[in-house]
Design a protein around this ligand. Sequence first.
Ligand code: SIN
Ligand code: CO
Length: 401
Amino acid sequence: MNDSALYAQALPPGPVDPDTPLDLLGGMTPAAFMRDVWHRKPLLIRQAVPGIVPPVSRDALFDLADRDDVESRLVTHFRNRWKLAHGPFARENLPGVKTRQWTLLVQGVNLHDAAAAELMGRFRFVPDARLDDVMISYATDGGGVGPHFDSYDVFLLQVSGRRRWRISSQTSLELIPDMPLKILADFSAEQEWVLEPGDMLYLPPQYAHDGIAEGECMTCSIGFRAPAYRELAGHFLAWLSETVEDNEDLGGRYADAGERAATRPAQLPAGMAKAVAERLKALQWNSQMVSEFLGTHLSEPKPGVEFAEIADMPLRRYATLASRHGVVLAPASIALYDRANFFLNGEAYEPPAELMPWLKKLADNRQLSAQEVETCADLPDLMETFHHWTLEGWLQLGPRL
Ligand code: SIN
Ligand code: CO
């Protein structure tokens, strides 16, 4: 049995109190930050994380960049030319650390490293449905990705060394054509700061910025996602047509008994669109269905994620262990819920009402303690469900002490 996958490495962070002022937000409460700053304006926070220790070392980051289940990019700016390459990168294929002006960016570090996951958890005053991942960049002196803008909110936390950030509220977001990466054609900085370890810069979407390393440095980007409505519409319609599969109106196939002999064979039959339109009326939805779609869609695991399945373990043995250690969501698991449904890794469940409060607690805290599992262990379905999720690798036992 793969014990290292069965037991969590660390306890995950729970929800954040909205009314407690935080260093992380420069002394603001999460409630005030969300009201006044989030998605509206940039904010520089000196010593957001005093005494910060990088979640991973430079070498550990290079090791991650060598894995084929980790997304990584290398940006070089040698002899004034931008170049972009996609990983995995063997160590010998990265430029030397004494070579100036290159950056390695590693996406989704929180999925592989407990300290990065803990860091991301500090930002859970933003709903999980909006949280994306922790990207860590390593740069040598003069390294950066050029002046650009992102489509998403981001917290840029300096974790080692220094980086000079220049930002601009400019509305001209035109890009230099034919470049391997997005570089603003005309960037004119309005504000600039050098960030030291522990300092953090929050930027709302579409805010122009350029970060240049002053000596070797590492920066963590706590990134968010905001699905594009057009993309959602496509996924929603696919979900809807599957969900209404059982609907009788959509069960059949177009039929045309009595159709007249065609004299213009290329012309669409006159009644066809009308008949199809009639049946498509079955594809109706309400906001509860949209919520079910969103929960399913937004809890889909990130591309490339593979859960470590557990070889079969008898339910009774599992129940004993779960009551002893508690249960913890696997780092890559995405759990969401709405009023009636619980969503885990792209699957929707409509649990019995008495289970729901426990599942909500599991999703919000990302764990249930041994005591909590003991309390709910006898609820119908609960232990079977946890057992099943654990075998899938979605849920783990609490850390071995
Ligand atoms: C970086 O960490 O080098 C780039 C992050 C960003 O500008 O979004
Ligand atoms: Co950016």
